[in-house]
Design a protein around this ligand. Structure first.
Ligand SMILES: [Zn+2]
Length: 219
């Protein structure tokens, strides 16, 4: 899409009322369905917040987001405008159509009670984690998905640069208050979000903050 056409599309989107508009508090989760053609916008309201996210085929949850297929498909490890989020079956789940942050991670994974223990301290085991948030959110909504159904995820707004010798580093975010990422669903998808509660590394600037979720109808 040309820059001009993109401006026209965005202006058209902003002139229409969203069908869903919700603030997700720091450390909370969100589950929802986005139908084919609908647009999902995730806003980093205060900046430097990691938003751990998974997508599933809404009609067949065995088909889900695949970091490996996404990276291989685009030949790049970072996610940004133009990235097609691929499934484990090679289909496109969603496409990133707008990104005012510029880079999102899909290598760092989700924090868990286990990773809190290994990375930080035994005393960190009880702290809230994205993996537990995913499972709690699914259970609350009555979804029949468990630990085995959690593949490697996306960390929107999180900065995990890879060094020249291939090392992963968790760095200060590139995001800032109000930056957002916008995705168009290429099939009906189930969206699972953990607004990361992590207090022990710079992915949230040691201070988890709220995000905003907006969706627009197709067209
Ligand atoms: Zn987390």
């Amino acid at each position: 899409m040309s820059v001009n056409a993109d401006h026209v599309r965005r202006a058209a989107l902003d002139s229409r009322a969203p069908i869903h508009d919700e603030v997700v508090a720091a450390g909370e989760s969100w589950v929802g369905n986005i139908l084919r053609g609908q647009v999902l916008r995730i806003v980093d309201l205060e900046g430097n917040q990691a938003v751990d996210t998974l997508f599933y085929n809404a009609h067949e949850s065995d088909e889900h987001y695949s970091a490996v297929d996404t990276i291989r498909g685009q030949g790049n490890i970072y996610l940004t405008t133009g990235t097609k989020l691929r499934s484990n079956l090679g289909a496109t789940l969603l496409t990133i159509i707008e990104d005012t942050c510029g880079r999102h991670d899909t290598l760092g994974g989700a924090c868990s009670a286990e990773s809190n223990t290994v990375r930080y301290a035994l005393e960190a085991r009880h702290m809230h984690s994205c993996r537990d948030s995913f499972l709690l959110a699914l259970a609350r909504r009555g979804h029949d998905l468990g630990k085995r159904d959690l593949p490697s995820n996306i960390n929107f707004f999180m900065n995990v640069p890879v060094t020249s010798d291939g090392k992963l580093s968790f760095a200060d975010g590139l995001s800032a208050p109000g930056r957002y990422v916008e995705l168009r669903a290429d099939m009906d998808v189930l969206v699972l979000i953990s607004n990361c509660p992590q207090l022990n590394n710079p992915c949230n600037a040691y201070n988890p903050t709220p995000i905003q979720i907006l969706t627009w109808a197709a067209g």
